[in-house]
Design a protein. Structure first.
Length: 381
């Protein structure tokens, strides 16, 4: 009997279990040496001077916007084609999301359209490295510089990706990554902020821990009469040393994880090349995709229903997920939503195939065979 195919799963093994166990046994489970080491290694891999571990992408992006003073009356330009967290966090600080259109070939923000969205109230542009594919960060940062804006790169999915030979993580004013279970490197939940701004990094470390001026790690090594202060109101957005230890074990196997994902993406791509019903992802020259997800698109001329294809694949034991959502169509943002036809078309015609390092060749063959059968049944080749 065929083993069930997982859509996604963390690449965990004995190393992660032993790393977590060691931290539990040490008694130092938060604010300790594992977190400090994880931040150092993460920053180095991104080519950034500083990394700040947080409890999620959302809390990390919130802290950055808050630290920049973004709030009521301000606008943040963001693509609608993104997981809704990218948009929600703008509302969390009281600002207004301004939705931008995408380049439909790569599902990332269209810098030309973002230019048209800038007003006197715009403070930040937040591009998204959608599905792990780097956005045109050079065009976005050039646009921001011309208008005196900041750039927060939503690289939730893009750890390990390269943009013109440069690691994602040091190409914007600030970059925020997710460490959620579906990501290339995961700590189950969590996030990481990277930046070259030392002053901002130090402030973010305070803000994640109730605004406290002295970290637990620093206090441990200090005189008992060296007391912390609380110069500003902060939050509880910390990541634990247990998670950091798991993250360090994940970094040890990063090359393997990326190699496996690249190999699977190559097999998918070879199958889809010239396919009459399905369009493979496009990766422009100079970009290295980490293949956090593998999203395909139905050709309009194929006359297929995306949902019917997904339902039939499910009946055949092939798990899929819908493509990236159009956030502006969700109830909290629908009122006064702009017309974004490219975004809406992409959201309605895309779906994602299984992608994770433990997907075997036999399982991937089952996915490919099922795609052939389903597209044939529903009007494809």
């Amino acid at each position: 009997m065929n083993e069930p195919i997982a859509f996604s799963r963390p690449c965990f093994g004995d190393a992660e279990a032993e790393a977590a166990t060691a931290v539990v046994r040490s008694g130092w489970v938060v604010g300790g040496p594992r977190l400090a080491e994880f931040e150092r290694r993460f920053a180095r891999l991104c080519g950034a001077d500083h990394a700040v571990g947080v409890s999620s992408w959302t809390t990390g992006a919130f802290l950055v916007l808050h630290a920049w003073g973004v709030g009521p009356g301000d606008e943040v330009i963001v693509p609608s084609l993104t997981f809704i967290a990218s948009v929600n966090v703008i509302r969390h600080v009281g600002a207004t999301p301004v939705f931008a259109e995408i380049d439909p070939a790569i599902y990332n923000i269209d810098p030309a359209d973002a230019t048209r969205r800038i007003t006197a109230r715009t403070r930040v542009i937040m591009p998204v490295d959608q599905l792990g594919l780097p956005c045109d960060i050079d065009a976005v940062t050039a646009l921001a510089r011309r208008h005196g804006l900041r750039v927060l790169d939503d690289a939730a999915c893009a750890f390990g990706s390269l943009n013109k030979g440069r690691p994602v993580g040091a190409l914007a004013d600030v970059t925020v990554f997710s460490l959620h279970a579906r990501k290339v490197v995961t700590t189950a939940e969590g996030g990481m902020i990277t930046t070259d701004d030392a002053e901002l990094a130090e402030r973010l470390r305070r803000l994640r821990h109730q605004g406290m001026s002295l970290s637990d790690y620093a206090r441990h090594e200090s005189s008992p009469t060296r007391f912390e202060s609380y110069p500003e109101i902060g939050y509880n957005h910390r990541i634990t040393d247990i998670q950091a230890a798991i993250g360090l074990a994940q970094l040890d196997r990063l090359d393997y994880i990326l190699e496996r994902r690249h190999a699977m993406a190559a097999r998918y791509g070879a199958y889809l090349s010239g396919h009459p019903a399905l369009i493979a992802p496009h990766v422009p020259p100079g970009l290295i995709h980490n293949w956090q997800s593998y999203q395909v698109r139905l050709r309009e001329e194929a006359g297929l229903s995306r949902n019917a294809v997904m339902d039939r694949l499910f009946e055949m034991g092939i798990p899929t997920r819908r493509g990236v959502m159009a956030s502006h169509l969700e109830p909290p943002y629908r009122q006064d939503a702009p017309l974004l036809p490219l975004t809406e078309s992409a959201a309605a015609s895309t779906f994602q195939l299984p992608m994770h390092p433990e997907l075997t060749s036999d399982q991937q063959d089952r996915v490919l065979n099922a795609l052939d059968l389903v597209t044939a049944e529903t009007g494809g080749p």
